[in-house]
Design a protein around this ligand. Structure first.
Ligand SMILES: NC(=O)c1ccc[n+]([C@@H]2O[C@H](COP(=O)([O-])OP(=O)(O)OC[C@H]3O[C@@H](n4cnc5c(N)ncnc54)[C@H](O)[C@@H]3O)[C@@H](O)[C@H]2O)c1
Length: 257
């Protein structure tokens, strides 16, 4: 899909990977609707830009997402690209010093990372299915109506002690990628997930040095954490390349935790 002139929805837009995608898409001439529980940081350069709209949204709530998608379609006419970055990290042993893990905490991680992502995809895909096909879309790639990018994690495959909830949630995102791509293929909508390694975002910056140092030590090359702009590079490639579909792609500098 050619990027310029498109309309995108990005969840988790107020921070980290989502924010980097907003920036990249705006730089490429895309109009962006950002969804997040939190307002955007006041120092973000695109605040006030006509090309950016922020809608305070809780991705786990059906009405909240449905209404945000409706507003986006009313405002922009259509949504071509969706990037789902809203998510939370959680670490807790299944059985800790105090006994069995907190079941509510497990449910919350699944709710935000899995149900929240599913909620956004179901609403945005329904909107994309109504997109009309322009001549340029019908030409090379054949009737492309949209591309949906979800965020899994290498924890889906290499989960560490304490990551049962997070790994389960990111494994679920990876697992729903292919059935979604198969279902939406007939509508010309692709679905791809990215499984990032460790990226320098507020989520990871909040981790203690005890967590960060071993991860850095296990990095192969480059021997550092990823930059959010490198995640945005990958998202841009996924949007552009029509052969990327139905897979969860690692972006991890060969880090295997
Ligand atoms: N940073 C990493 O190293 C890394 C690695 C692998 C996967 N990921 C995944 O990438 C995604 C983005 O992570 P990040 O590092 O940018 O984190 P982040 O904490 O910097 O940003 C996450 C954003 O999601 C928003 N959010 C959380 N719950 C929400 C909800 N219910 N509704 C709407 N918005 C909500 C937060 O307000 C925040 O702005 C997450 O899904 C995360 O699990 C991150």
């Amino acid at each position: 899909m050619q990027i310029q002139g498109r309309n995108a929805m990005v969840t988790g837009a107020s921070s980290g990977l989502g924010s980097a995608c907003v920036q990249r898409l705006l730089e490429r001439g895309v109009r962006v609707v950002g969804l997040d529980l939190a307002p955007p940081r006041a120092d973000l350069p695109w605040l006030g830009s006509e090309a950016y709209t922020h809608i305070l949204t809780n991705v786990v709530e059906a009405d909240s997402v449905q209404s945000a998608v409706q507003k986006a379609v009313e405002g922009l006419g259509r949504i071509d690209i969706a990037v789902c970055c809203a998510g939370v990290l959680h670490g807790e042993r299944v059985v800790g010093r105090e006994g069995p893990a907190n079941l509510d905490a497990f449910r919350r991680v699944l709710d935000i990372n899995v149900c929240g992502t599913f909620n956004v995809v179901r609403c945005v895909a329904a909107a994309m299915m109504k997109n009309t096909i322009s001549d340029s879309d019908a030409e090379g790639d054949g009737a492309e109506r949209g591309v949906i990018i979800m965020t899994s994690s290498i924890a889906a495959y290499d989960g560490q002690i304490g990551q049962a909830a997070y790994s389960a949630s990111k494994g679920a995102v990876a697992a729903m990628t292919l059935p979604m791509a198969r279902e939406f293929g007939q509508h010309g909508i692709r679905v791809v997930s990215v499984a990032p390694g460790v990226f320098e975002t507020p989520m990871m910056q909040a981790a203690s040095e005890k967590v960060r140092q071993p991860l850095l030590a296990q990095s192969v090359f480059p021997k550092r954490f990823g930059f959010p702009s490198e995640f945005a590079d990958f998202v841009e490639q996924i949007i552009k390349n029509p052969m990327l579909n139905g897979s969860t792609l690692r972006l991890d500098g060969a880090l295997h935790m």
